[in-house]
Design a protein around this ligand. Structure first.
Ligand code: C2O
Length: 348
């Protein structure tokens, strides 16, 4: 799949959406430039969990969001446009090159991890640029470890730029997140401790028990000329989708903002949430390497490696990024720190 900006048009939105109703990025007069890796001399960004990164760092994330929100909506680095990136790639705004009846949709397929990695890579660099702090690292919401299993309180303060009024009021902190939350079933009746134990078992199942092969973890191949959404990987379904639904407001027609693709990026929790997803991709490979699980490896199929997506970088240049570009986080100059994987032995 090769994304072409000129194929972007009206999104296919669910019934009764909340405005805005258009998601394509600003058109660029020039052709996209190809992605190049950051300078190896660049400081390594250390991404830490929201619950342990400290107030000073969270104040920076808050300021970065405020600065993005203050940019004019025509600026591709504005919060408005950053949120729209998700909408455009997830609602059939983009069409396949040469196959206008077929959509580019990055969910429910093997593009789930690399697309979102690239998305938050640029988001983080834009934040760093606006803060004028080259090493700024995006914090992650580690809902997979007990200390992180609630909406981080920083996001629930109504006067913060991290606040989003379109969320489930029943799930304000300190409510423990339910990693199996689905709209149709609603609340369960577990105690906080039972919920934590259950969440750890869900993590084991999705990261290890059911994820022994690349297609199981990443999702099914999606190639040019094929219909979108061939099948999601384990973690995309649970807890990725479930945390989205748990955070969104059930009183809205489509569980906006976090609970539906077109509006999820409008909530500042989206980026720390996806940062944790990115960390779990690293964890899945590391667990495979340390335990000798030979299926915990990425695809080597060129249809995956050579697929590409478009993003605007911190200088507002349109950049073409391939999946291949996104496979080595050290080369992308960041790493994860500050939290373990307490679910590795939580066999159900
Ligand atoms: Cu693109 Cu969390 O969904």
């Amino acid at each position: 799949i090769v994304t072409n900006i000129r194929t972007c048009s009206k999104p296919k939105l669910p019934p009764n959406p909340l405005p805005p109703f258009y998601c394509c990025p600003p058109m660029s007069a020039s052709e996209p430039i190809n992605f190049t890796l950051p300078d190896p001399a660049e400081p390594l960004r250390v991404r830490r969990p929201v619950h342990a990164v400290g107030a000073e760092h969270m104040a920076k994330y808050e300021r970065a969001i405020a600065l993005m929100k203050a940019l004019p909506p025509s600026d591709p680095r504005s919060f408005y446009q950053q949120a729209n990136i998700h909408c455009a790639y997830c609602t059939g705004s983009y069409h396949q090159n040469g196959n206008p009846e077929l959509d580019v949709q990055i969910h429910f397929s093997w593009f789930f991890y690399p697309f979102h990695r690239a998305y938050i890579y640029f988001f983080e660099r834009i934040a760093a640029k606006l803060l004028d702090e080259p090493g700024f690292a995006l914090p992650f919401w580690s809902w997979d470890v007990p200390e992180g299993m609630q909406l981080p309180p920083e996001f629930a303060n109504a006067s913060s730029p991290l606040y989003d009024p379109v969320r489930n009021p029943r799930h304000a902190p300190p409510k423990v997140v339910d990693l199996e939350f689905v709209r149709e079933q609603g609340e369960n009746n577990l105690t906080a401790d039972q919920q934590i134990q259950q969440n750890l078992r869900v993590m084991y199942k999705q990261m290890i028990g059911n994820a022994a092969l690349p297609t199981l973890f990443h999702g099914q191949p999606f190639r040019a000329g094929e219909a979108d959404q061939p099948g999601a990987g384990t973690v995309e379904m649970f807890p990725h989708n479930t945390v989205h639904t748990w955070t969104g407001d059930m009183a809205q027609p489509n569980v906006e903002n976090m609970g539906v693709y077109y509006s999820a990026g409008r909530d500042p929790t989206f980026y720390p949430h996806h940062n944790n997803i990115d960390r779990l991709w690293v964890a899945w490979r590391d667990i495979g390497a340390s335990r000798g699980y030979r299926g915990h490896v990425d695809f080597t199929d060129p249809d995956w490696l050579d697929s590409s997506f478009l993003f605007y970088d911190e200088e507002a240049r349109l950049v073409r990024v391939t999946v291949r570009d996104m496979l080595d986080i050290e080369k992308l100059r960041y790493r994860f720190e500050g939290v373990g994987t307490p679910w590795v032995d939580a066999r159900p």
